[in-house]
Design a binder for this molecule. Sequence first.
Ligand SMILES: [Zn+2]
Length: 389
Amino acid sequence: MNQTSPEGICIDCAKEQELRNFILFQTEQGVCGYCQTSSQNVSAKQRLPELSNLIKALVRYYYDESSYNRHWGGDDIEHLLMSEDIIFDPHRCCSIDDETFIFIREKLIEPAYPDEDKGVWIYAGFDDGIRLMQNAMINQPSSFYSDLRYKTHMQNHHDLEEDVISWLRGIDDRLSRTIDKGDIFWRSRIGYKDRYIKTSGGLDHTLHYQPFHADSIMPPPPPLASAGRINRPNVSYLYLSTDEDTAIAEVRPHPGHQVSTIQFQTTTTLKVIDFGTAKLSQFSSSDRELNKYHSILDFNRSFSTPVTPEEKGKYLITQLVADCIRRLGYQGISFSSSVGSGENLCLFSPSNASTIDQSASVKTIKSLHYTHENQNSVLNPDDSFYKLK
Ligand SMILES: [Zn+2]
């Protein structure tokens, strides 16, 4: 055993950004429990309980229980953390050994089943004698989100509002954000208002595009407004993005399309709920808090993922949450873009931002960049496969 029992982790062993931010917030001289090396940049000793909860929360975020519970065919949690390279960086040194195993078990993982408001469970445990399994938060929606989505298909939205408002009251202290008067956002619309050829320039017949601007790039008025991710039919909300590229990507143009873009400026100070920038570390103090973060992830994904016209029932859940956010006095919702690197902002009152007409221009889309990931594929399914209806 080391003379000094390690009580933290050094910054060099941490790979995951939230873990790195946690360590860098308060470092001190100490021995790292992961690499057993003495360093000036070890997380502060008195924050060990928080560190333990954060690491358990990261395990829950990235890994299915089947990868760290032998009862489900996996390795144990200690060996997972000694070999995986999402949360830690085990390959940078060779002293990941029995001491590391003991540190992870005794200082990071125990107790495995704290009270739900005092710590994070990494194992699902038992219910009525039946062993349950946790799935990675990135792989499976939260029970709050799944239940609510089901209810939106069975009940009217106004019967569900009180449940959603009470959920919002448990998270809005960390999701509330102020947007200053005068802040700049972008909006785009496929097409242009008109085309012109300058006639006074002799032989110069260059084509000039007049971009959509002023009223022509505002959302349609209520009688013409169709349902969107956040607005119900006949409700006019203003969708903006934090940068021009994201605003263009959000209207999903094809190569060859002309797209009008324009800046908007907020006309007053706005209070919004921001789903896109919530941090796991703000919700890693207990199982109860972590479940809230899980549902925030689901809603951020729902707000940012467009659905096809035949799937419009999927808008019911985001429209319901938007109604409740508005009832709590907020003026909009911010969420990640699934097609651009920026954030989107939806304002409940279009008059809370105005166009900067001098910034309007028309672009021609030259190319699109698609990303993809492999899915499980089967060419000739045998009897072990069940064909879904
Ligand atoms: Zn280390």
